[in-house]
Design a protein around this ligand. Structure first.
Ligand code: CU
Length: 470
């Protein structure tokens, strides 16, 4: 990739934060900036600034940062709204809409005070517009199609120009046929770094967007009208075990930022640490107001950042605490059979469906360890293996891997944690207690329901009047 970020002219006197004169309204650019494209779903290395103030760039789980070019005072980016194919996890691909080859689009990074000029080319089959969620900007740059600008028709390029007035965590997404375009995966992260490189500095800064899809087993395109019952709960359009681990060097100061563009809230929970909530939608939380947590809820349309010092090595789970959101597509319709004696039912069903196998009467954990035949292009409800067996998870789940002695920019998966001798939960092999008499299957006293399996080939034929018995 060419060097797209060259030294600008934002020197003495260049940083005026307010005033209409800052926005030219008409770009002087002689040509459109390059629009790099990314199709791989692996985390790309952080993009260090080659000019301007120093900062610790973020890393985007299963994603990348959009390179830019400096043109006079302006940092110029080029987004292309277009159809993309995204692998959600090995074994499943989705036909989505996104930006520059991916859903979500690339992360945009800038510095407080930067003048940014963002070209948006529409290669979708319908109008679009881009809203810069959380940015303080002139009304006409806010990206609400019809309200603050004409929609961008297919084939056209529009230009957005504004000053990044404050540092913090932002997003971008369409404001044009918004429900459909977000359900199809159109969104991206936007980070503005403090102008002072020492301010709020961390060693590792992870970002991801929470999004959700409803894709029926065997199909490739999300159902765009689904309101609540999504079956794929994603971070950056990926589900476990397809989500990158958050690889951290022991002792590093770490920030994790996320934004929620699903239709419900997500309590994001991290094991092994308490952390401080340091950022919200409106900016940084003053140190005196930061509160300690082990879970932080992020409502629809919100962003949150938390920070911790990674002093405890290990493989620490990080996930949404709504347990349905750590499940994948297949299996949500399975009935509950816990405590049910399935023997007679299974025998009856096997007469009409010889391959039938009853599941779930002891819980559903066994589903995480089985290789069940699946329809084309879908994912099992519970999946993923680690060093001690099946993890029985899916969806919004990943692992914070804290290891000593990593290189500063080493984000490669270090494998499973090697636990020091004697620090893993273990089986009791001594004598058992004398068992008090316990009912093995508590009886509610309610008469059991009788199942009757009907062979559809031998269904009783109804008489003309619609009554079977007269
Ligand atoms: Cu959730």
């Amino acid at each position: 990739m060419t060097d797209l970020s060259r030294r600008g002219f934002l020197g003495a006197g260049g940083l005026a934060l307010a005033g209409a004169s800052m926005v030219s309204g008409r770009t002087q650019a002689a040509s459109l900036p390059e629009a790099p494209i990314m199709t791989e779903a692996t985390m790309q290395p952080p993009l260090y600034p080659k000019s301007g103030p120093d900062y610790q760039p973020v890393v985007t789980l299963n994603g990348w940062t959009l390179p830019w070019r400096q043109n006079g005072d302006w940092k110029e980016f080029h987004l292309i709204a277009e159809p993309v194919v995204r692998e959600l996890a090995p074994g499943m691909k989705a036909h989505l809409w996104g930006y520059n080859g991916q859903s979500p689009g690339p992360t945009i990074e800038a510095v407080q005070g930067d003048k940014v000029r963002i070209f948006v080319t529409n290669k979708l089959p319908e109008n679009t517009a881009v809203h810069w969620h959380g940015q303080l900007l002139p009304n006409g740059m806010d990206g609400v199609g019809g309200l603050t600008q004409p929609h961008i028709p297919p084939g056209k390029t529009f230009v957005y120009e504004f000053i990044c007035q404050k540092s913090g965590t932002f997003m971008y997404h369409p404001h044009s046929d918004e429900m459909v375009q977000m359900a199809m995966g159109m969104m991206g992260f936007f980070v503005v770094h403090p102008r002072d490189p020492a301010e709020r500095r961390v060693d590792r800064d992870f970002v991801f967007l929470l999004n959700a899809f409803d894709i029926e087993a065997g199909s490739y395109v999300p159902k765009v009208n689904t309101m609540l019952d999504f079956n794929l709960w994603c971070w950056n359009s990926r589900v476990f075990p397809g989500i990158d681990p958050l690889v951290v060097r022991q002792g590093d100061k770490v920030r994790v930022r996320f934004g929620n563009l699903t239709m419900t809230n997500h309590p994001i929970h991290m094991h092994g640490y308490d952390f401080k909530v340091t950022g919200t939608d409106g900016g940084w939380v003053p140190e005196t107001a930061q509160w300690p947590e082990v879970s932080v809820d992020v409502a629809v349309g919100q962003m949150r950042a938390f920070e911790f010092v990674a002093d405890a090595p290990g493989d620490w789970a990080i996930h949404c605490h709504k347990s349905h959101h750590t499940m994948n597509a297949m299996g949500h319709d399975v009935k509950t059979y816990i405590g049910v004696n399935m023997k007679r039912t299974a025998a009856a069903i096997k007469k009409v469906a010889p391959g039938y196998m009853p599941m779930g009467s002891t819980g559903m954990g066994e589903m995480g360890s089985m290789e069940m035949p699946l329809p084309d292009n879908t994912l099992p409800m519970m999946t993923g293996f680690a060093q001690f067996g099946p993890v029985e998870m899916g969806g919004m789940f990943s692992v914070v891997k804290v290891r000593p002695g990593l290189a500063a920019d080493d984000y490669r998966d270090p494998g499973w944690y090697k636990h020091p001798e004697g620090t893993v939960a273990y089986e009791w092999k001594g004598e058992q207690l004398a068992e008090p008499a316990r009912a093995t299957s508590p009886d509610s006293g309610v008469k059991a329901t009788e199942f009757r399996a009907i062979d559809p080939r031998k269904r009783p034929v109804r008489t003309a009047g619609g009554h079977d018995n007269h």
